[in-house]
Ligand binder design. Structure first.
Ligand SMILES: [Zn+2]
Length: 137
């Protein structure tokens, strides 16, 4: 971790460092914006209470209280634990207009947010399990 740069609270590492620290699946999702196959992730049906942190940098991202079964095949949350911990960006790849969700600390790709979630936010944060690490309470 000695050559990890933190600039303005951001974690910046070379692709080689990320490759070393992450599993191939975590690397593909966080750094290459891959999407894991639906219904394949380890947290899709996770119901343990706890905090979901970023698999790349450990920043708190979602609380289990905000998790719900959307049936979409990926872990889904109604809101982030802290708004400032996720960045949202317009994503027009794959012929769709979506809103990409990124970790605000390491800029890792997490998933997408859709406006078809349950109340009160009406949002569905559709997040790859590989981008998350559950810290059980
Ligand atoms: Zn992160």
């Amino acid at each position: 971790m000695s050559d990890t740069k933190t600039t303005g609270g951001k974690v910046e590492k070379s692709e080689a460092e990320w490759r070393k620290e992450l599993t191939p699946m975590q690397y593909a999702v966080l750094r290459e914006k891959a999407t894991e196959r639906p219904f394949s992730g380890e947290y899709e049906h996770e119901h343990l209470p706890g905090t979901y942190t970023c698999a790349g940098c450990g920043q708190t991202l979602f609380e289990s209280d905000a998790k719900f079964d959307s049936g979409c095949g990926w872990p889904s949350f109604t809101q982030p634990a802290l708004e400032s911990h996720v960045d949202e960006e317009r994503d027009v790849s794959h012929g769709m207009v979506r809103t990409e969700v990124l970790c605000s600390k390491c800029n890792g790709h997490l998933g997408h947010v859709f406006e078809d979630g349950p109340g009160p936010t009406g949002l569905r944060y559709c997040i790859n399990s590989a981008a998350l690490k559950l810290q059980p309470k």
